[in-house]
Design a protein around this ligand. Structure first.
Ligand SMILES: Cc1cc2nc3c(=O)[nH]c(=O)nc-3n(C[C@H](O)[C@H](O)[C@H](O)COP(=O)(O)OP(=O)(O)OC[C@H]3O[C@@H](n4cnc5c(N)ncnc54)[C@H](O)[C@@H]3O)c2cc1C
Length: 388
């Protein structure tokens, strides 16, 4: 029997049994329940987000690495492996789970009041309530410190005004964690999306992450009570702490997309007859497959290493940048190389490779672009901040 790319690396031996069991459950769910529907969701740019989040919640995947409030409390590595399996389906699925668990829920879990946690986390963990995370603005993506969204006091209340852009889950969310500039510092607000003045028009015509809801958030004098502010977050470190969580999931997730491309391609190359033998029997094809396997395996070793550091409470943000930069960059290179092996067939939705490649364009950009992660790593190496 042939080896799978990661089977050849033997990386399963590095994964604790309990984490592997979680991974296998998610893999089965994605294979059986989601993969048959993904191409259609992608083509129609419609996903049944509410139904999906309930299913993901019933599997314990929402906020799974958080403790208490109905969350599963798994290891960080198990969370990463779940992200990998979800993204082997589609980056849009993983985005739904990342934004729910690592951005919206984590913000409340880490920085919220006990009242906010009790109100939102148990419902979010089972997928009854969907969350989104509004940091990026039309004019401020890589530099969120410049944000124009304002929160001003009015008696005990706060009034929020501004526009957020490219917000995953925005139009389907029940609750938005919104970051805004106050007279003092940037603060986070927990905003129920049925609050007067809040709207979330969906962004259409995307060529990437089509099986994911992406929205604008419009805050037109949205009045929230004093209890809406996240008490534990003041300044940009609040949202950045959440981004570090989500980036960690992407370190694994992107490899899921790459693995799916590579496994699909190896099977295709075995079946496809070119001239008088299978495409897999040509040296040029095998060189491509070998090189892609190397990058996938190295990325997996890096992901598992970072997972172990995170589980030991020793993971630094710059180390997450190493993983995000490398693994997304290599994943997109693998997806594109696989497309060359599938040739014309590779451009269709019959095969997942171009869908993954297109999705990975977004993954390369969100949660810090490649350039931003290069700058983070550069700063760690030189002590010089070169962001501006
Ligand atoms: C599908 C999708 C979903 C998203 N979901 C969310 C979400 O849920 N919540 C949220 O808040 N945001 C979300 N985002 C936004 C995402 O985080 C931003 O797009 C990202 O931070 C980049 O911002 P930008 O697109 O404005 O690019 P810009 O910041 O305008 O960057 C443009 C280019 O300049 C480069 N650049 C930036 N700074 C420097 C520098 N100092 N030196 C050299 N080059 C630099 C960038 O790397 C990039 O190549 C999402 C984006 C997408 C595409």
């Amino acid at each position: 029997m042939n080896q799978t790319p990661l089977g050849l690396f033997g990386t399963d031996a590095l994964i604790p049994d309990e984490d592997r069991a979680i991974r296998d459950t998610v893999r089965r769910f994605v294979e059986e329940k989601l993969k048959p529907r993904l191409a259609d969701w992608y083509e129609s740019a419609q996903i049944p987000a509410r139904e999906l989040s309930r299913e993901l919640g019933s599997l314990g995947l929402l906020g799974m690495h958080l403790e208490g409030y109905g969350c599963a409390g798994t290891s960080a590595t198990a969370y990463g492996l779940a992200c990998m399996e979800l993204e082997a389906g589609d980056s849009g699925l993983r985005s739904l789970v990342s934004v729910q668990g690592s951005l919206a829920m984590y913000a409340i879990w880490k920085h919220g009041s006990e009242e906010q946690k009790q109100e939102w986390l148990p419902r979010m963990a089972v997928g009854e309530a969907i969350g989104c995370f509004g940091l990026t603005e039309p004019d401020f993506g890589s530099n969120p410190a410049g944000m124009r969204t304002r929160a001003r006091r009015d008696g005990d209340d706060w009034i929020l005004t501004g526009t957020k852009m490219w917000i995953t889950n925005g139009s389907v969310a029940d609750v938005a964690v919104v970051w805004a500039q106050t007279d003092d510092r940037i603060r986070g607000f927990v905003v129920p999306t049925d609050t007067r003045g809040f709207s979330a028009p969906e962004i259409k015509k995307k060529m990437s992450l089509r099986a994911s809801v992406t929205s604008e958030l419009v805050l037109d004098d949205v009045r929230v009570p004093a209890t809406a502010v996240l008490p534990g977050a003041a300044g940009l470190s609040g949202p950045l702490s959440c981004l570090s969580e989500a980036r960690f999931g992407i370190v694994f997730g992107a490899l899921g997309a790459a693995r799916d491309c590579l496994e699909t391609t190896i099977e295709y190359a075995g079946d496809r007859q070119i001239f008088d033998k299978p495409l897999a029997a040509y040296q040029l094809t095998q060189a491509k497959l070998a090189d892609m396997t190397l990058e996938l395996g190295k990325g997996m070793l890096l992901a598992l290493h970072l997972g172990r550091l995170k589980d030991a409470g020793k993971l630094e943000p710059a180390q997450v940048s190493l993983g995000k930069l490398n693994n997304v960059r290599e994943a997109i290179a693998i997806a594109r190389e696989c497309r060359t092996i599938l040739a014309a067939a590779g451009i269709t939705l019959e095969y997942p490779v171009m869908r993954h490649a297109n999705n990975l364009e977004s993954v390369l950009t969100y949660e810090g672009t490649s350039e931003v992660h290069q700058l983070v790593i550069g700063q760690a190496l030189t002590g010089q901040a070169a962001f501006r």
